[in-house]
Design a protein around this ligand. Structure first.
Ligand SMILES: Nc1nc2c(ncn2[C@@H]2O[C@H](COP(=O)(O)OP(=O)(O)O)[C@@H](O)[C@H]2O)c(=O)[nH]1
Ligand SMILES: [Mg+2]
Length: 197
């Protein structure tokens, strides 16, 4: 039993690890997305009715394929957004969640994302925008959301970026989104020169 546990432990440690920041305005569905990811890839998760607005941070370490992804969901209320930058230094990728039904805050959403992607500390790392709540009838189409984000495309530079439609609530597109990101995380790492101290 000990050998089995030891084997599992060293196997876990040998896997590539990446840290992902989940950002977006409050109520976008960040925590729901994280819980759905947990449900898809591991066994413990919170059912949607148990999710309350995030005050501190939710962190989850989730094995996906041959890697381990550590997700940071750090809360999106205006007062908490100033804390996001504290996490940039350790982030390998950004997921920016958008509420596809919230027309009135789409401009705020775009400006918030602009502030994120123009920060030098996360220059070049992949950014995945999720047009969430696609299960709702009053949703905006992904194409319309893309057009809004095209206005900040110039700041995205040469990094990998994409807008994907999902429903964090029913799981539609959630696995695909994680897998899209994983490919880019690996590629981005491979393209970087090794760090010398
Ligand atoms: N219909 C629908 N509701 C969602 C979806 N994702 C999140 N929600 C709801 O939106 C509200 C805010 O979700 P939450 O995950 O707490 O947002 P956060 O503030 O970004 O963490 C909750 O009532 C969720 O149930 C979705 O894909 N579809
Ligand atoms: Mg939350």
């Amino acid at each position: 039993m000990f050998h089995l546990a030891k084997g599992l432990y060293s196997n876990w440690n040998r896997k590539e690890q990446y840290s992902i920041l989940i950002l977006g305005l409050d109520n976008a569905g960040k925590t729901t997305y994280l819980e759905t990811l947990k449900k898809e890839y591991s066994r413990s998760f919170k059912p949607p009715e148990k999710i309350t607005p995030t005050v501190g941070q939710n962190v989850a370490t989730i094995p996906i394929q041959d890697c381990i992804l550590k997700f940071w969901d750090v809360g999106g209320q205006e007062t908490l957004r100033s804390l996001w930058a504290e996490y940039y230094a350790q982030a390998h990728g950004i997921i920016f969640v958008v509420d596809s039904t919230d027309r009135t805050r789409l401009d705020e959403c775009r400006e918030t994302l602009r502030t994120v992607v123009t920060d030098d500390e996360i220059d070049g790392i992949p950014v995945l925008m999720l047009a969430n709540k696609q299960d709702r009838e009053d949703r905006m189409e992904v194409q319309d959301i893309k057009e809004v984000f095209n206005k900040i495309a110039e700041h995205l530079g040469a990094r990998d970026s994409r807008v994907l439609p999902i429903s964090a609530l029913n799981g539609q597109g959630v696995k695909e989104s994680a897998e899209w990101l994983l490919v880019r995380l690996k590629r981005n790492k491979a393209s970087k020169p090794p760090l010398y101290k």
